[in-house]
Write a protein that binds this ligand. Sequence first.
Ligand SMILES: [Zn+2]
Length: 207
Amino acid sequence: MLVNIHTHYNRADSIEIVNCSEKFDFTVYYSFGIHPWDSETIVLKISEIENKTQDKFMLAIGEIGLDKVKGPALEIQQSCFIDQVLIAEKINRPVIIHCVKAWNEIKTIKKEIQPKQTWIFHGFSKVAILDSVLQEGLMVSIGAGIMNNTKLQEALLRIPNDQLFLETDDSEITILEIYQKVSTLKNLSLSELEEIIENNFKRIFRI
Ligand SMILES: [Zn+2]
């Protein structure tokens, strides 16, 4: 079975975690959280996240994080991010991280909080920070960038199998196309790759 760890569309072509930032009820797995671009609306929504503790379809808090290119001032984003990772600790959910040019800040927060929950770096493409991200124990989720980014294609081989996830995010590409590309690059059969990712999914989400 294919696993799509982060998507904005419910395509039902895999086990998928559909990202949701508005309040509505899903009957597929989803992540729920305040995107850093929306950090200023935090007061309204933070209680909604806590209310979802009992929802078995809500697999993760996300996408949340820091973005130095877009969104409100960094301090606002930081406080919104910290509030949500603390909730993730409280309600035992992994976190899906959106990080743009802010890895040092995210790493600092992680060192302060020492989370027990797994953090998943979604849409990973910045090869220069890969070793640090792996060392911090994050799962690395690879998306459409793998199709054409040759540096990312090379770096993929340095990601241990047990730290790898795959995703489509908001791209039009199918999760199958990403699996096919990654299996070719890693010299694995499609079914071998499926097993690796599915095992990661079961381990991290205790499913
Ligand atoms: Zn996304």
